[in-house]
Design a protein around this ligand. Structure first.
Ligand SMILES: [Zn+2]
Ligand SMILES: [Zn+2]
Length: 377
């Protein structure tokens, strides 16, 4: 009996030691995560992998693990990855959604598909911080959009309406949504589109007030100076925006957060390839959260032309190949990179869920990890 209690205590001790790993140890552990193929079993596999619903990009997870707290334990400011997914309709990875948490207050970056569910998923799967109180509906106020592509914005109606519906009696708060030119128009249209729903809720028996029912879009525009500029500041954070290069969008941004209590520099690159603005945003930062895409298996990408030349040119105009990532790290001096929104293409037979990470490492990129939903950094 005593022996088994001691054994239990020893195991608990081991678990505690494992969670208290340093950042460097966490990096090593993350990079060494065992590659596991075909974790979708017993999910269906299909002979026709070219449909939008059935390619490896839609398979359950990109890493064989649950959410991890990889944040430095001596830093109170955290980054929560609520959604690490890409446009592939993957029901197990939420669309792009991140949060900087300072003094138990969240600042959100991008509102991908399933935003409201992603909040709940993080709360239920990650216990390292008190997400229930941090994500109280009265705290859901500030959103920073890297760009206005659908996969980064389709969660906005949820960001506005669901906290209003579910938590308005607790004290709703109107939203402030920062983003490129057009964000004011987008928010006005969203407010208008859900007008009937909002009015009905406000007249119902349970909800009497409009507080928190709407959002205002605040354009960070024009922003062409690659040196960026300050767009927001309060007692918790300083936020600067920098122009990035993403496809044929005229305006897409990276956001550089400096946390005031502990002086962390946390950068969110959104989508895009190497650019001077992104280098400046990430300069000497603690962590850059950024996308990455396969170069090795790019012929399996279901878009971007037919030939290799077409795919390299078209997809390379939108996304971050390993050679771009290496150049970005070298030129910016960023200390750590966490990949989100990873686009990992291959045939099902040869699919390796960590292969984009491996491509980056093979290219010479160091201190790089791949995020899963619910991770803390
Ligand atoms: Zn995009
Ligand atoms: Zn995207």
């Amino acid at each position: 009996m005593i022996r088994s209690t001691l054994l239990t205590l020893a195991l608990v001790g081991l678990a505690a030691a494992a969670t208290a790993q340093t950042w460097e140890e966490n990096l090593a552990a993350g990079a060494a995560t065992t590659p596991q193929n075909h974790l979708n079993v017993p999910f269906n596999t299909f002979t026709n992998m070219r449909t939008v619903y059935s390619s490896p990009g839609n398979w359950p997870i990109f890493e064989n693990r649950g959410p991890i707290d990889r944040s430095p334990q001596d830093k109170p400011s955290k980054v929560l990855v609520m959604g690490s997914g890409d446009p592939n309709p993957n029901p197990y990875r939420h669309g792009p959604a991140l949060a900087v948490i300072v003094n138990d207050y969240p600042y959100f970056i991008d509102a991908g598909e399933g935003w409201w569910r992603a909040v709940s998923y993080s709360i239920q799967s990650q216990s390292a911080i008190d997400l229930i109180s941090i994500m109280g509906v009265q705290n859901l106020k500030y959103m920073f959009l890297t760009h206005l592509h659908e996969d980064h914005t389709v969660g906005l109606p949820s960001f506005i309406s669901n906290p209003f519906k579910f938590g308005q009696l607790l004290g709703g708060v109107d939203k402030k949504v920062y983003g490129p030119e057009g964000v004011d128009e987008m928010m006005a249209h969203i407010n208008a589109a859900w007008r009937i729903d909002r009015n009905e809720m406000a007249q119902g028996s349970t909800v009497q007030k409009f507080d928190g029912a709407t959002a205002v879009g605040i354009p960070v525009w024009p922003l062409t100076d690659v040196n960026g500029r300050k767009i927001y500041e309060d007692d918790n954070v300083l936020v600067e925006a920098f122009p990035t290069a993403h496809g044929f969008l005229e305006h897409s941004y990276a956001y550089r957060f400096t946390t005031k209590p502990d002086n962390r520099v946390l950068v969110f690159g959104g989508d895009g390839h190497y650019s001077e603005g992104l280098v400046n945003a990430a300069r000497d930062a603690d962590i850059l959260f950024v996308e990455g895409i396969t170069r090795r298996n790019i012929m399996s990408a279901p878009w971007g032309g037919q030939t290799l030349e077409e795919k390299l040119e078209i997809i390379g105009a939108y996304h971050m190949f390993p050679s771009d990532m290496k150049r970005l790290q070298d030129d910016s001096g960023v200390r750590n990179i966490v990949m989100v929104h990873v686009q990992n293409y291959n045939t099902p037979e040869d699919f390796d869920r960590l292969s984009v990470l491996q491509e980056m490492i093979d290219e010479g990129v160091t201190n790089i990890l791949q995020a899963a939903d619910g991770d803390i950094y």
